[in-house]
Ligand binder design. Sequence first.
Ligand code: NAD
Length: 257
Amino acid sequence: MRLKDKVALITGAGSGIGRESALLFAREGAAIAVVDVNDQAGHETVAMVEQQGGRAAYCRADVSKAADCEHMIALAEKQFGKLDVLFNNAGIMHSKDDDALTTDEAIWDLTMNINAKGVFFGCKYGIPALRRAGGGSIINTASFVALLGAATPQIAYTASKGAVLSLTRELAVIHAKEDIRVNALCPGPLRTPLLMSFLDTDEKKQRRLVHIPMGRFGEAKEIAYAAVYLASDESSYVTGTEFLVDGGLTAAYVTPQ
Ligand code: NAD
């Protein structure tokens, strides 16, 4: 088992990448602290993990709130005795996130608070726990838009993911000697509720698909397989990376039709 005896906390584990990762990490031997703001979805993930014979506990935490993040780390340590893997994955893409001219300040603040400040809080309270465990792995979910301009405007989201990538690099350098690895997982466009509700017409979906050499959206499970590698000791020399899983999107100049 690739994560035998490890404890992993996953934010946004009620859906998409977070849920698939919870299920995969548990199959590989980890105990999972499932964190979300959607209680029903969080409890469902716990039940799914338990159904496959794994161990999981739900903790409600809004990652944009410092006290909630402090609490989720404490709960993971209390429940499972330690923390080895911190997967800061929760994020939003607001339907009113658009270009600089039309996006309201409130949408900008909401997006930055969850997507960027949420990762900061996860690390602020999670790093002491990883130290207590003698080291560990932090995975921060960024996006391909941290590297490329998005073809559909989403200015707050794009800026938030740029922040996640930058802070990941700095954290990786600062904590490298403590055996704490920090990587940014950069997915391409996925067929999850987050993106499918944002690209809510066939035309908008097509606008995104033309950029992907593989010609399809990715699946949450395909990102979970990358996350399990970054979480495990197999990636012991991997830190500070922009770990792309994007169907070839960032490699393409013009995608052959
Ligand atoms: P999703 O919408 O399926 O799941 C996100 C989960 O996060 C939900 O369960 C939601 O309730 C939870 N959440 C939202 N706000 C929260 C908060 N404040 N505190 C705690 N939990 C909160 O989305 P997904 O596609 O699985 O996305 C997961 C991550 O991957 C996000 O950071 C997203 O930006 C990133 N990402 C997604 C795509 C894509 O195409 N779907 C591409 C690149 C990056």
